[in-house]
Design a protein. Sequence first.
Lengths: 172, 172
Amino acid sequence: MTRTSLSRYPCPVARAVDVIGDPWSLLVLRDAIAGVRRFSDFKTRLGVSAKILTDRLTTLVEQGVLVRQATSPGKQRFEYELTEKGRELAPALIALMQWGERWTFEPGRSPVRLSVRETGEALAPVRLETASGREVEVSDLEMSATDAAPEITRQSYAALKARANRNKDAQS
Amino acid sequence: MTRTSLSRYPCPVARAVDVIGDPWSLLVLRDAIAGVRRFSDFKTRLGVSAKILTDRLTTLVEQGVLVRQATSPGKQRFEYELTEKGRELAPALIALMQWGERWTFEPGRSPVRLSVRETGEALAPVRLETASGREVEVSDLEMSATDAAPEITRQSYAALKARANRNKDAQS
DNA sequence: CCATTTAGTTTCTTTAAGCAACTAATTTAG
DNA sequence: CTAAATTAGTTGCTTAAAGAAACTAAATGG
């Protein structure tokens, strides 16, 4: 299957997807944001096999999204905690959650509520806006290349892919 | 492999992930938001095989995220366009993109720029805030169950899974 | 009207997903 | 203090999805 590694693509979405773009990683992150820390809690909440869970937690730790820490020094019991890098995924995750509430449930039938712990205030829908606070529609958006990177051509793309695969071979 | 179907989980993130939670779907959406419409354009930009691309486009159309339309009536040439449901994924995608810029590139070396077409204004970072506009940290967040759905127990989870698999068998 | 492009399909191989069973430490219960 | 249960995984196996490559039918371009 040789799942294509996207980590060298000159595209921030591709690289983000390479870190957290598979179904279980996203669900692990959802639970981590909800405050879950322990292997066994992730396991029962997700209903996932230990093998898959171990794989995901390990790569998320390798990617610096989570840290694995002993609950007390010298103990064989661990907690997986969000790093700064991990916490900053929250807007993306929450936006996905709000989309799921809107488009995959009947109105008002969402099984979860997001709020601020102290005050109980509800979260506002995540929106796109300019620095000055004006709301932006998708159709108003323009994605352009910066001079930090050349246009992605078919050739350079193929080269990156080949390189990624070679690196992979070298590792194993 | 029997990839677990998450579409019946009583969780908006799980259901969203079930629709767009694989790497290629997310990249297809990125391109769609960037204005790509044609099969061949997706193909060259993504560098993906025709088979995978066909699969993703088909499921995204089935899910109502894209629509497939002939470029002119009766023609065998098609365009894939974002629906309302698809356009509303933009905040999640853009948040992911901004995270990728921040955490997978050197500062200032992002290869893409997002701006408003008419005015050239830059997009602000996507943030979590309350209805009254106060910014919210992940640590302030509380995710609680509503009475629209019972707690997800290990049992009900297993039952949902079994049901999903039975439905799948019935289809094929 | 011949070559190319578009939008795919088919065939084949590799590899990851998922299940089930097992294990070595650590806690908890009686 | 010992037995049972829990925690945090590992190992082995099967199946299905990912990816590469080759092929195709209709439409377009020169």
